[in-house]
Every structure is written in C-alpha cells, then in structure tokens.
Design a binder for this molecule. Sequence first.
Ligand code: J2J
Length: 539
Amino acid sequence: MIPLRQTWPDELAQRYRERGYWRGETFPGFLRERAAQFSDRVAVIGGDGASLTYGELLAGARTAAAGYLALGLKPGDRVVVQLGNIIEFFPAVFGLFLARLVPVYALPAHRLTEIVHFAQKAEASAYVISATHDGFDYRMLAREAVAQVPAIKHVVVIGEAEEFVPFANFKANDATLPDDPSPSDVAFLQISGGSTGLSKLIPRTHDDYIYTLRASAEICGLDDDSVYMTALPVAHNFPMSSPGVFGALYAGSRIVMCPSPSPETAFALIEREKVTITGLVPPLALLWMQAAAKTTHDLSSLKVIQVGGAKFMPEAARRVRQTIGCGLQQVFGMAEGLVNYTRLDDPYEIVVETQGRPISPDDEILIVDDRGNPVPDGEPGNLLTRGPYTIRGYHNDDSANARSFTEDGYYRTGDVVKRTPEGYLVVQGRATDHINRAGEKISAEEIEDHLLAHPQVFDAAVVSLPDPFLGEKSCAFVIAQGEKPKAAALKAFMRTRKVADFKVPDQIVFVDAFQTTAVGKISRKELRAMLREQFLSDK
Ligand code: J2J
C-alpha cells in the first residue's frame, strides 16, 4: 500500500507547534476528553429525534472499532465512508479513528464511477454505507463497486444489510484497541472539489485538522450551549470542519443532523432543537430567505447563518438580516486547507462584501499574476497559500502535485481573488475550468471525457454559464458525429456513466465546429472561454 503522509518542512512544523496551533491532539483523544467532560449531554440528534450523548457516542465508537477489527481490518487500512446526515455517522467514523483505520469521505451523491475511483486511489479494503438514503439503494452500488474493486473485502451497512455486514451487529468485545495514533499521522482522506478530472484525495493529519476545528469553533462562537445543525451533506469539508460537526463536537456543542436542506425540513428542526448556527451554500440561502418570509416556524434561536462553498453575492448577503433575522458569516474555504471567515463582530460592510480573512496568523497568502509575480494590493490575482493546515500534497497523484503546488510549497487554489486593505479576500472568479454549481464542483475535463464516449459525439467542451439560482450551471457544447443526438439522449447517456447526478450537463448546445486560431490549434482552456463568451454575447 502506498503510505499515507502529509509533512511540512521541519522548521515550519516546529513553529506551528511553538505557536500552539498543533497541540498534539488526536481524534480519539479529543472524543475521550469530551465524553469525560460531557458524558450525559446530547452530542448529536437526528431528524427523527434519535440521539446520542457524548458518553454513548464514545461507547458506540468503541463497539464499532472492535467490530471493524473483528472483520480482519488492520490499522492503516482505508475505508470509504458514504453516509447521509444520520447520527450513526459519528460512531461509524470515530470507530474507524479508534481502530486506526482511515476514512475516505464520499458524498451521498457519488455513484459507481466516483466510488471506484476513491477505492482504487486509496487502496480501500472496506466500504461503509447506509442501506438506503434519499430513495437510493446503496447496497446495489456496493455490489457493483465490489465487483469492480475486489480489494473491497467488507461492506458494512447501517440499516438492513442483506448479504453485507450489519453495523448494528457489531459487538463490544474485550479485544484491546490499538494505541492512539500520532498527531502527525494522516487521520483521513478528504476529497477535492476536482477542478481537473476526478476528485483527488486529500490527506489531513490529526494535528492540522484539529487546529482548524479549535480555531473555527472559536471564530464562530461555539461553546457547550451552541446547537450546530448540518443541512449540507456532513462529509463535505464545510459542514465537517468550518466549524462543522467536528468543530461542534470539539466545543462540546450539540449537533443536529438535518436529513434534507429543504426549508420545510430544516425550519422545523431549527424550531424543535433551537438551532443557533448552520451553514449553507448560496442557492440554499436564497431559498431559505424566500421561505422565511412565509414560514410559521420560529427561527429566532438562529444567531448566525454561514454561507460558503461558492460566491454569495453582496445583494443577496444584504437580505439575510431582514429575511431570516440572524447574522451572516461568509466562509471561503477548501478541503485542501485554507479557510477564511468574516468575523462575527466585523463591520456589516465587510460581512456582506467580502469572503473573510484566514483563520491563522500563519496562513501565508500570495496573490500573483499569471507569471507568478505578486500583484499590487487590491488588484485581482491568483491565490496561492500555505500554512499550518494547508496540505503540501495530494495522495497518490504525482501529476496533480506537480500542477497544484509551487516549488516552495504553496497550494495553487485556482481562485482569483483580491485583498482589501483590511486583509479580507474578495473572490473574483477562478483560473481553472471547473463549474461551481451551487457549491458542487464539476471538472469540465471529466464531463467532456464522458461525452466523448458517446458514438454520436465528435467533440465536446464544457463551460460554466451564469445562473440566477445555482450561481453557475454547466453547459456542454457538442459537435455531433454523423446523426445529431437529442440533448435529452446525451443527458440520459451521462446518467448511464454512473456519475453523481449533479455532473449531468444542465444545458447542451450543438455547434458545427470549434473555432481554431490561425495556428490551427488552441488550448482547451481558450476554446472553452471562447465558446462561453460567444454564447453569452449571442443571447
Ligand atoms: C467563492 N468561492 C468559494 C466562497 C468556496 C468551508 C467553506 C467551503 C469549502 C469548500 C470548504 C467560496 N466564495 N465563499 O472546504 O471548509 C470555492 C473556491 C474554493 C473551492 C473549494 C470549507 N467557498 N469556494 O467549498 O473543497 O473555488 O470546499 O477553491 O468543496 O470552492 O471547494 P471545496
């Protein structure tokens, strides 16, 4: 197996420890501490009202850990986890941590193509799923995944397991659990937004991630009276860590697992559980603001709504206070590390106009032109960053590492930003060709590749188009080969490719040819930009 590692240069690692960012904490360690402090307090409650106290969560995680090890899994093995917003997420994942197994977080929307990719890249030997979620049967997906990746030896199912291993049957036993990991060990693999090709795997260490949890919880004002609700899929880095469910656990808060982000479901839970903080992507924030005007639910417990994952337009940001009646916090983060927040006591103009400033005084921010030279403050440029919780490399992906990191260890975010005199970042756009569809990142390349597999497609270029609700939608420009296929048929074809549904192009436009320059050849990037401009100016 390719070893998991994430390392920073020695002198920086030393500095991060000296400054108290890395405190030698680990996931098993902090869970045990909270369970000792808050044993009988509710840690997490589900949409159906089922709950776990901190003590029960630790006990459940120990049972799960014993169960995983009894299957024959060995410390260091990787396990793809694909669960919805259910309370079992916590014993299932903390069980992995206690057994020193390494979760790989997939999202509920992922389908065979993505799961096979994660399992192969991570060399996973197990897969943890819910039996069904949101009308989809994950056991069917598991059957196909195991057929393609026989290295997946165990499928553990929360709910009716059929031929697989029922999570509920795990028994506590006397087997001793392994020693705690080292804080510099990789705790899990998070997945990237996938700006080129399929998502990459992001190894995060206990020390670096727990620093973001602790700092985020403080910045977001979480304490043991807070109630944090996740309406976004819990495995996404934003609701996981900014401050997310893990930041909430770190702070001893209560977590509410909202099974759907629809205003009807979410508002009822906010009222029932007296939720104080939650995080949304911009299109959901728009939906909630609209629904709040008509709701009979009491939302007065909400102190702050965080919005991030994609650009929240200032005009929309200005409406949060009068519609929902709570504060706003903008969050601009990435699973690779860097997270920026507007602060709760920031002047209103900063909160609505900017995407915040970094968590750490040691987050290094460079804003550079295309040749790598710093631009003057206030000018837009490419954002590069390194710091105490930004990775230095992806797992098992040399070519992505060569592309995505500078020689001196800066991560090329692909985002174009400018910095205000106060040090806040304003996202202007991005340099890479992915589509940010309501916070879901879609790689143009990946979709083009699927479309090219269709016999009636000669060539395809996928671009983002502005959309008033989603922010961006995907549009595929297609040159047909022989008889022109129907747009609906191409969309149906994309679904047969077994990819997450959000990757199916929203719009398909047939063109006779792609323009080429005098030299006869242009880059895909230029081609996409030209098609997009042409299309928008023709409208
Ligand atoms: C504009 N673009 C944004 C914002 C992310 C917290 C919050 C979000 C993520 C996330 C995260 C944006 N305005 N407010 O991991 O911990 C775009 C940028 C960025 C990319 C990262 C977190 N917030 N983005 O969205 O890894 O393009 O993480 O580089 O999914 O989302 O995507 P992802």
